[in-house]
Design a protein around this ligand. Structure first.
Ligand code: CDP
Length: 311
């Protein structure tokens, strides 16, 4: 029995039902910003992970010859060469600090939320995994994007790995205007080639978007940061990486679409995403544990978790 304990250590994870009940109990409370909490998290994240300088690979922080160790693989690395170096931006391209940031997760809780206007009012809008922003969703999720993450597996599934026509990809990327695309090109072995192809596809079509490659050292340190706080997943969800980035870079953070539970606050069933009901691999992420962290930050006034309707 002890042997099993070493293989599968038992963590005390709150049950989804308890988390939801706790949120429902807090529903009437008015959220109040707490500058001390904001400053504390900015400092904690700066100390562990230095998002200001390290969130993206740049010509400055990743010179030719630097060895990039993949954060999602054991012992796999890429040594920066002239070709990859030429694809990095010169230095951190964001003018810091960012003021009001909205981080938009893809949760079904956003559907019919009418939060689009609220989201668009932010100075900097971050989205995850190339989400649809078509007309039918605009009222709920808004139109503005300053940074959008792109998971290489989407490039594979939605755009045939960009091995054939690139037009569908280039056209669909127009929805994200003139912002930054943030790709974990050096996290998993199969991510690199599609990420580089996506970069060339954007550059060759004179796209207004700028490609940023996530720095694997930054992602690894953010993973450790949350692990030390009780998030035990194989890998953090994209959403928590981006919330961490926002906490490090923004004066104020509001999050939308983070609710990994099957019903809304009125106990009505909702889909997993605001645009479809594709379920995640349960063993890969620990979204309820992540939500508990976000909720603690909400209660302490460090960031605001929006769950209800915005009108
Ligand atoms: O690929 P991944 O599962 O990480 O993300 P996604 O399904 O594209 O959604 C983007 C992010 O929104 C996730 O990484 C989660 O942090 C968050 N999310 C959530 O909190 N609740 C949901 N029901 C769906 C997504």
């Amino acid at each position: 029995v002890l042997g099993w304990y070493y293989v599968f250590p038992v963590y005390r994870v709150p049950r989804d039902k308890d988390i939801v009940e706790e949120v429902l109990r807090q529903q009437g409370h008015v959220w109040k910003k707490n500058q001390t909490g904001i400053d504390l998290y900015r400092k904690l994240l700066s100390d562990c992970c230095d998002p200001q300088h390290l969130f993206a690979l740049t010509k400055e922080n990743a010179p030719v010859g630097k060895v990039l160790w993949y954060d999602g693989e054991f012992y796999h690395s890429h040594t920066v060469n002239n070709e990859t170096h030429s694809l990095f931006v010169q230095s951190n391209p964001l003018s810091l600090p960012l003021k009001k940031c909205a981080v938009v997760g893809n949760g079904g809780i956003l559907r019919h939320s009418q939060c689009g206007r609220d989201i668009d009012r932010a100075d900097f809008v971050m989205r995850c995994n190339l989400p649809p922003l078509s007309k039918e969703y605009v009222e709920d999720v808004g139109t503005k994007t300053h940074l959008v993450t792109a998971n290489p597996s989407i490039i594979e599934k939605r755009f045939q790995n960009l091995l054939w026509s690139r037009k569908a990809f280039v056209d669909s990327m127009k929805a994200y205007g003139t912002g930054f695309v943030y790709m974990p090109a050096f996290s998993m072995r199969p991510s690199t080639d599609p990420s580089l192809r996506a970069t060339y596809a954007l550059a060759d079509s004179s796209s207004d978007l700028t490609m940023l490659f996530a720095n694997p050292a930054f992602l690894r340190s953010v993973g450790r940061f949350w692990k030390a706080r009780g998030v035990h997943a194989r890998r953090l969800s994209t959403g928590l990486f981006i919330v961490s980035l926002a906490l490090g870079l923004c004066d104020e953070v509001s999050v939308y679409g983070f609710w990994p539970f099957p019903s809304d606050l009125a106990q009505r069933p909702i889909s997993h995403h605001y645009y479809d009901d594709m379920q995640p691999f349960r063993w890969f992420h620990a979204m309820s544990e992540e939500f508990v962290q976000l909720w603690e930050l909400h209660k302490s006034g460090t960031l605001r978790v929006n769950l209800g309707r915005c009108d």
